[in-house]
Unconditional design. Sequence first.
Lengths: 230, 419
Amino acid sequence: MIDTKKYIFTFLITSTIFVTTFFMSTFFSNKRVESVKSIQDTIAIDILSSETQFDLLKEVPCSNVGDTILSAELSELGNKLSHTETDRGETDDDVIYLKKYYSLLQIKDYLLSKKLVEKCGVGKKPVFIIYFYSNQGDCPECGREGYVLTRLKEIYPDLRVYSFDYNLSLSAIDSMKKIYKIKSELPAIIIEDETYTGFQSLEDLSALLPDTLKMSTSTITTSSSTKDNK
Amino acid sequence: MENILQGLMYPFLFLSMYFQIFLLMSFFENRKKIKEEEFFETEHYPTVTVAVPCWNEEKTLAATLDSLLSLNYPKEKLYIIVVDDGSRDGTFQIAQEYEKNNPQQIKALTKSNGGKHTAVNLALAQSKADLFGCLDADSFVSPDSLKIIVSYFNKNNKVMAVTPCMHIRNPKSLIQRMQAIEYLMGIFLRKAFGQLDAIQVTPGPFSIFRKSVFETIGNYRKAHNTEDYEITLRMHKHHLKIANAHKALVYTIGPATVKGYFFQRLRWVRGFLENSLDYKEIFFKKEYGNFGMFTLPVAFTFVFYGLYVAFFMLYIFVSHWVGVVERWLAVGIHLRVPIFDLFYFSTTTITFIGMVMFTMFLLVLYIANILTDDKQEFYRNFPIYFFFYPIFIPFILGRSVFDTLTSRKNEWVLQDNKK
C-alpha cells in the first residue's frame, strides 16, 4: 500500500530543509561580503587619515608621520576577496564591486607610499610590484605567477605587491594600463617602472629586486637567528 | 564546467535527502510496532531445513555447522543439508564427519560444481520441512536467531520470508572494519524497508522462507550470480511479504583484502543492475507498492548518480592536487601554518545540505546500533569507513556499470563464489 500523504509530507520536509540551507548559505555569504566591505572601509579611513597627515607634512617633521603600513591589511583583504570570488563567482555583482573598491585602495596606498618616499627620503624606500592578471581563461600562466608572487612576499615581507584584474572595468585601472603600456599579454609585472610580460619565475623576480630589499630581509633573518641562538 | 557539474549535484542531493527522510519517518512512525516485535513468542516450532551450500570451505564449515547445531531450537525439527558443490579441498570430508556424528540432523551431499543456486536447489528438493533457509558456509548464527525468525512466521501468516540482522564477524582488517559500518547501515535499511514492504534482498546468510514460496515461484536461479536478490524480486513480483527480524543475529566473514572486497561488490552491483533490468516491469507499477514505486527505482538511480557524484568528487580532489603540485613546481614545497579564521569556512548550500545529510546518516547508524543486540565499535570503525569507503565507490560502480553496458562476462565469479 502506498501512503501518498507520507510521500507528500516527505517532499515538504525535504523542500523546507533545502530552502533553509539555501537561505543560510545566502545569509552567511552576505555576511562575508559585509565583512570584506567593513575591512575595506577601515582601510579607506586609514588611507584618508594618512593622506590628511601627509597634507600636514608641511607643518610636521617626517618622523611624526605614520608609515602607510597598510600592505599587511591589504594582503589579508586580498586573500579574503579572492576566497569570496571563488565562493560567489567572478561575475557576482558584489564581488565586482569589492574588487573595484580593493583596486582603488591599492592604487591609493601605492601613490601615498610613493609620495612619502619622495618627501621623507630613501631610507624608508619600499619596493613595489604591480601585477596585472586575468582569470577569464586567457592567461594560463597567471595561476602560477600568483603562486610565485605569494611566495616572494613570504620571503620579502617588506615587498609590496599590488594585483589588478586586467579585465576589471575601472577607469583608474585603465589609466594604470596606459601609464605602464600594458597590452593583453599577461601576466604583466612592473618592478621599478620596468614592465615584464609572460611568466616570471621566483628566481627571475628575485634577481630583479633591488639589493636594499634583500639586505634588509637578510638583516632581519640574521638578527632573529642571533636572538634565537641566545 | 565545474558549475554545471555542481548544478547536477542538487537533484541527487534532493533525492538522497528525500530517501533518508522517508526511511527515517517510516521507522519512527512504526517504532512501537518494531518494539513489539521484540516480544514475539515462539509457541509453535515448525520444521526447518537449512541448506549449507559450500565450495572450498574447509576452513569455516565446521564452525558454521557448530553454530547451527547450537541453535536453541528443537533438534527433531531442525535439519541441515550440507551440499558440497564440487570442492577441491576437504569440505566434503568435514561434512561427512558431521553427518556421522549427527545422523538425525545432518545430511551431507556432494555434486559437481554448478554454482550456488544448483547446490541450494538440490537441498530444496530433499527438504520436506515447513520452512527452508540457507546459510553460507562462512556465516554463523547466534543461538536464538532461528527461534526469533520463526516467531515472525507464527505471528503473521502472510509473512513468506524473514531476513536476519547481519554483522561482520570479528572485523579486524581495515576493509572488514569498513564493512562493519556498511552492515550496520544495512540493519537500519532492512528494518525501514520492512515497514514499507520493500525489503531489497533476502541475503544468503540465513534468510528463511516458507516452503510454499518455492512451490509458488519456483526454485533458485543463477540470476547473474546474485540468486538472493533475484528471488527477492520474484517474491515482490508475486506480492509475497518479506519481514526482517532485527534481533536474529547472523555473522558473516567479510572479505579481508581490497581485492576480495572489490570483486564481491562488483558481483553484487552488477547482479543488482542485471536483475533489476530483467524485472523492469516492476518499476513504477503501483501494484508493487513502495518497492515498485519508490525504493527500487531510487536504488537503481543511485547507482548511476552515485557514479556521477563519485567522479565529481574525484574531479574536485584531482583539481585541488593539480593546483598544489603546480604551486610546488612553481615555488617548491613550503609548509605553511594553516590560518584559523571562520571567514574561510565553506558556507555554500551544498555544505549545509551535506551537514544535514551527514547528521541524518549518523542518526541512522545510531538507530541501527540500538536495534541490534551486538553493539559495534562505532567510534573505531566509522573513521575508517568515512575515509576509505568513498575511494572504493567510483571504481566499483564504474566497473559494474561498464561491465553491464558492455555485457562483459563475470570473470571474477570463480574468485568470489560465495554469498
